[in-house]
Design a protein around this ligand. Structure first.
Ligand code: NAP
Length: 338
């Protein structure tokens, strides 16, 4: 096998166009619990451009150059000595863990425990669009204990997370409310949302109350507003921050030195949480292959479909990230390596 490969690498923090480079580098070394994957497609997520900007420094320090990308679908090329669930030739998908990040490349390495077999009814491009947004929503709905018949408000229903979350919430039997802009309203209804609010023309605050679960995928004003529509004892699961609750700070192993920062960021939210006796949690997706297998079952049962905004060639990956950074993708953007 060739020892070198092409990869999109981060060479330092800064602008995408300045700090991302297409480079030849060594095929990554795989350990005894790792799987080496020949990448067919890599899905991209906001964390990829946020990482270039340096916003994720608080969670993980990067040694440059570093190949970027978390989501992958491809074919197993080789497995480590202690890998038992996968073999060469298996078609797999995953969101690789933070230490093995680097999927916008010809080869990627994933810990065995993060992988699942690719759903048989999805192409590699479709499969690469699922892992990070799917795992995030699967774990968020477990954390907030979303149940059939409950009312869930999912912000940004047209985005990568939102398009998956709407379908998954409907599959669980929930009543789904969502927000998006004018151009996407009808399209998002077709994903299954019961009521779509055009955030450029109306405010959902005038229409909603007694919501069981707010899936806060945008942050900003939506985080404090969640408590205006939430029922007593409801759940708010936040993805973009900036307020990270104490429990999540501990689970993420954040330095206690950061506590005063989060105390300040939570000043507005904490009294609202208390008043509503709500569950508020910042969630950082866990790259879990078992959860991904459960998601694959929903997909194979036809309950969740991949929603693709656009597909870019490897050489166009920086353009793809620029497009995602504009914040108006309809579903997922995927890089094809074929
Ligand atoms: N903590 C975690 O583990 C985790 C995991 C996944 C994602 N995230 C974070 O969650 C956020 C969403 O991720 P994503 O992949 O869904 O992003 P995305 O695909 O880039 O979201 C784009 C969508 O957001 C919609 N949008 C923009 N402004 C909006 C507003 N004010 N109200 C309603 N919708 C709005 C856009 O619709 P229009 O074009 O109609 O405006 C667009 O369809 C990101 O900040 C990401 O970093 C965190």
């Amino acid at each position: 096998m060739t020892k070198t490969m092409k990869a999109l690498q981060l060479t330092g923090y800064g602008k995408l166009s300045a700090k991302l480079k297409f480079q030849d580098c060594l095929v990554p070394v795989y350990g005894e619990h790792d799987v080496l994957i020949k990448v067919k497609a890599a899905g991209i997520n906001p964390i990829d451009y946020k990482m270039v900007k340096g916003y994720t420094r608080i969670l993980r320090k990067i040694q440059f150059p570093a190949t970027i990308g978390y989501d992958v679908a491809g074919v197993v090329q080789a497995v480590g000595a202690k890998v038992s669930r996968f073999k060469a030739g298996d078609e797999v998908f995953a969101s690789v863990d933070y230490l093995r990040q680097g999927t916008i490349a010809e080869y990627a390495v994933a810990l065995e425990g993060t992988l699942a077999l690719k759903p048989s009814n999805l192409s590699f491009i479709e499969a690469a669009s699922i892992p990070l947004v799917g795992l995030t929503s699967y774990q968020a709905f477990q954390l907030g204990q979303l149940k059939a018949g409950q009312k869930v408000l999912i912000h940004a229903g047209s985005g990568g997370v939102g398009t998956f979350a709407i379908q998954y919430a409907k599959a669980l039997g929930a009543i789904v409310y969502t927000t998006t802009s004018t151009k996407n309203v009808e399209w998002v209804k077709h994903l299954g949302a019961d009521r779509v609010f055009d955030y450029t023309a109306e405010t959902y605050l005038d229409h909603l109350s007694e919501i069981d679960f707010v899936y806060d995928t945008v942050g900003k004003h939506y985080t404090s507003e969640a408590f205006q529509v939430l029922k007593q004892g409801g759940a708010v699961i936040n993805l973009p921050g900036p307020f990270i609750d104490r429990q999540s700070q501990i689970e993420l192993g954040l330095s206690p030195l950061l506590r005063p920062v989060f105390a300040l960021l939570g000043m507005q939210i904490k009294p609202l949480i208390k008043k509503k006796k709500a569950l508020y949690r910042f969630l950082l997706m866990d790259t879990n292959g078992n959860d991904l297998e459960q998601i694959a079952r929903f997909i194979e049962a036809g309950k969740i479909k991949a929603v693709i905004d656009s597909v870019y060639k490897f050489e166009e990956a920086i353009l793809a990230l620029e497009k995602l950074k504009n914040g108006h993708a309809k579903g997922k953007i995927v890089i094809t390596m074929e």
